[in-house]
Design a protein around this ligand. Structure first.
Ligand SMILES: [Fe+2]
Ligand SMILES: [Fe+2]
Length: 193
């Protein structure tokens, strides 16, 4: 006999293991799709500022190169979303606004702040991709190698930003901490909705 004092509404049966793997995989694709979309928007925001300034041609050219990497990452996850492997996150428009604003705001603070933004974002993405790699089965021949390749490119972006003096940005610890927290929050939300 069931105990009427215990709530039954929120008790969902746990799906069997293969179904759980598919749900997990779909969540990974959804959040990565959103994150790469956000990354492209950040670089767009930064380029909107630096492209207008002739003396910022050097950083603009680096940012264009990194944006091309992010676009390739986005295209790859976009293809998986189109193949119905995952539904895009409902907060995609928020990623667009947040990404562009973050990019433009850090660029307006100067080159070092723009690099600090890249270093902070890529630090979080590097950890995020590592967590996914650790969860994916070693025999996974599609998602795992793709994420490993993208992770290596994100780490290259991070190292380049650090070499360009990210840590010399004004209020670096605060700026970096706020951006990292924002990225982690956006990742957490996109996994769920
Ligand atoms: Fe990326
Ligand atoms: Fe990147």
């Amino acid at each position: 006999m069931t105990d009427p004092s215990r709530p039954t509404k929120n008790r969902r049966p746990r799906p069997p293991a293969p179904a759980r793997d598919l749900i997990d995989r779909a969540a990974m694709i959804r959040v990565d799709h959103a994150g790469e979309h956000g990354a492209v928007r950040i670089y767009e925001g930064q380029l909107a500022v630096f492209s207008a300034l002739p003396h910022k041609a050097r950083i603009a050219s680096s940012l264009r190169r990194m944006r091309a990497d992010e676009q390739a990452h986005l295209d790859a996850f976009d293809a998986l979303v189109r193949a119905d492997e995952a539904a895009p996150t409902l907060i995609m428009p928020l990623w667009t606004v947040m990404g562009r604003s973050l990019g433009a705001a850090t660029a307006l603070m100067g080159e070092k702040a723009a690099h600090a933004c890249t270093a902070a974002v890529e630090t979080v993405i590097d950890q995020h991709y590592q967590e996914q790699i650790d969860r994916l089965p070693t025999e996974d021949a599609s998602l795992r190698p793709m994420i490993e390749k993208f992770q290596a490119e994100e780490v290259a972006h991070k190292n380049e930003a650090i070499a360009e003096g990210a840590a010399a940005a004004p209020f670096y610890p605060l700026l970096s901490g706020v951006i990292k927290a924002g990225c982690r929050l956006a990742i957490g939300i996109s996994k769920r909705i």
